[in-house]
Design a protein around this ligand. Structure first.
Ligand code: HEM
Length: 402
């Protein structure tokens, strides 16, 4: 078995800057790596595609925190409603019930009907940027686009969106010390308070939005409890924009640092759908925030995984696995059979994937058409990445000129 990885390694800024260099080194030692955590907490990092993909859909690997080691459970779920009672942290039959309720809003047809509105929001954001000649693509564009879309879908008033952005960022940041824990507890209390108020309003006066639809479902406790309703709304808010922002940011960085591919996409816009899939594979937003907990003793690639272990399935590493993808470190927007796992796999496969793809396609099509001279306004080495232990991979800022 490979040597244990020190726990700090996962939160190391160097790893955050370029996890792919680290994954490549680890790959030589095997597809599964134990992580050195305090006694009583067994943890593993799965980096091989062949083993990671089935692990994502293995019923012996639970998403339910009740199967996590107690230290871990207390650290992660304390005051954190997004990590309890939602579909992403449930197993069947709860998972099936919770997912079905929300799935109605995310059918490909319903998502497609959002196209004109997503285009309108995109045009407004590009209009505002175009006049200036330069800007931060994240702040000016990649953040506001998905959050505006998800807030409209849910039915959150426009004036509350800035608060949402700050809350959502705090929910996905690891609380590593007391100050971090305090801040996260505060944010979760704020989110709970906010949604509790909105739920009461929608209960009194229903609107044509997703919050009202879920509130109606929660009238029947069998379908959705109040706690599950709060957790579901928080999950949608966070999942709805902490990820798509980085599809746009990481994808645009990949293009700007690969001028041949940028030119190709400008010349052949019909490659856009396959380019989006390649951005997701090449530098996906979700690196290893896909935890599972072993409900029994098992083995992955011959490595013994004791019951209650935490298993990190590293999607970012799997999507660069040379056993699965030819020239995995090369950005190739024409790549055929791009069977990446950036949206996960199995029963927890991303429910918002059609929406993320729609937003991505409209974003890149519009940016490249309206700002054809877009370029980096700094060297790639000057860019900094958000430090959240590479759970979510995204830039702090992406300075561009056009
Ligand atoms: C689940 C990635 C956008 C809603 C997931 C999972 C991944 C993922 C990897 C599975 C996690 C696991 O198995 O542990 C992404 C990426 C996105 C994106 C890369 C953008 C590029 C969205 C959007 C929404 C959304 C826009 C909509 C609000 C969800 C939900 C789940 C989920 C509700 C839980 C599904 C379940 O547990 O059954 N996503 N996501 N995601 N995503 Fe996304």
């Amino acid at each position: 078995m490979p040597e244990k990885l020190p726990a700090e390694f996962l939160f190391d800024p160097g790893f955050g800057r370029d996890p792919y260099v680290t994954y490549a080194k680890l790959r030589d030692q095997g597809p599964v790596h134990p992580i050195d955590l305090p006694p009583g907490t067994d943890a593993f990092l799965v980096i091989g595609y062949e083993y990671g993909r089935p692990a994502l859909n293995d019923p012996r690997l639970s998403k339910d925190m009740r199967h996590a080691p107690s230290v871990f459970r207390d650290l992660v779920t304390k005051d954190n409603p997004v990590l309890a009672y939602n579909m992403l942290t449930s197993d069947p039959p709860d998972h099936t019930r919770l997912r079905r309720l929300v799935a109605k809003a995310f059918t490909p047809r319903r998502t497609e009907s959002l196209r004109p509105r997503v285009q309108e929001i995109t045009d407004e954001l590009v209009d505002a940027m175009a006049a200036r000649g330069h800007g931060d693509l994240l702040d000016d564009f990649a953040f506001p686009l998905p959050i505006t879309v998800i807030c409209e879908l849910l039915g959150v008033p426009a004036e509350d969106r800035d608060a949402f952005r700050a809350w959502s960022a705090a929910v996905v940041s690891p609380a590593l010390d007391e100050e971090g824990m305090r801040r996260r507890a505060e944010v979760n209390a704020a989110l709970r308070g906010y949604f509790t108020r909105v739920i009461a309003e929608r209960r009194a006066v229903p609107q044509d939005d997703m919050i009202s639809a879920l509130v109606a479902a929660s009238a029947d406790e069998e379908l959705l409890s109040e706690q599950e309703l709060l957790a579901t709304l928080t999950l949608l808010l966070v999942a709805g924009h902490e990820t798509t922002v980085n599809l746009i940011g990481n994808g645009m960085l990949a293009l700007l640092t690969n001028p041949g591919q940028l030119r190709l996409l400008k010349d052949r816009p019909e490659l856009l759908p396959s380019a989006i899939e390649e951005f997701l594979r090449y530098d996906g937003p979700v690196q290893r925030a896909t935890l599972r907990f072993a409900t029994e003793d098992l083995q992955i690639a011959g490595v013994p995984i004791p019951r209650n272990s935490v298993v990190h399935v590293a999607l970012g590493a799997m999507d660069r696995d040379p056993e699965e993808f030819d020239t995995p470190d090369t950005l190739d927007i024409t790549r055929a059979d791009n069977h990446h796992v950036a949206f996960g796999h199995g029963i927890h496969f991303c429910l918002g994937a059609p929406l993320a793809r729609l937003e991505g396609q409209i974003a890149f099509e519009t940016l490249l058409r309206r700002l054809p001279d877009i370029d980096l306004a700094c060297t790639p080495g000057e860019l900094s990445w958000r430090q959240n232990g590479s759970f979510i991979r995204g830039l702090q800022a992406l300075p561009v000129r056009f």
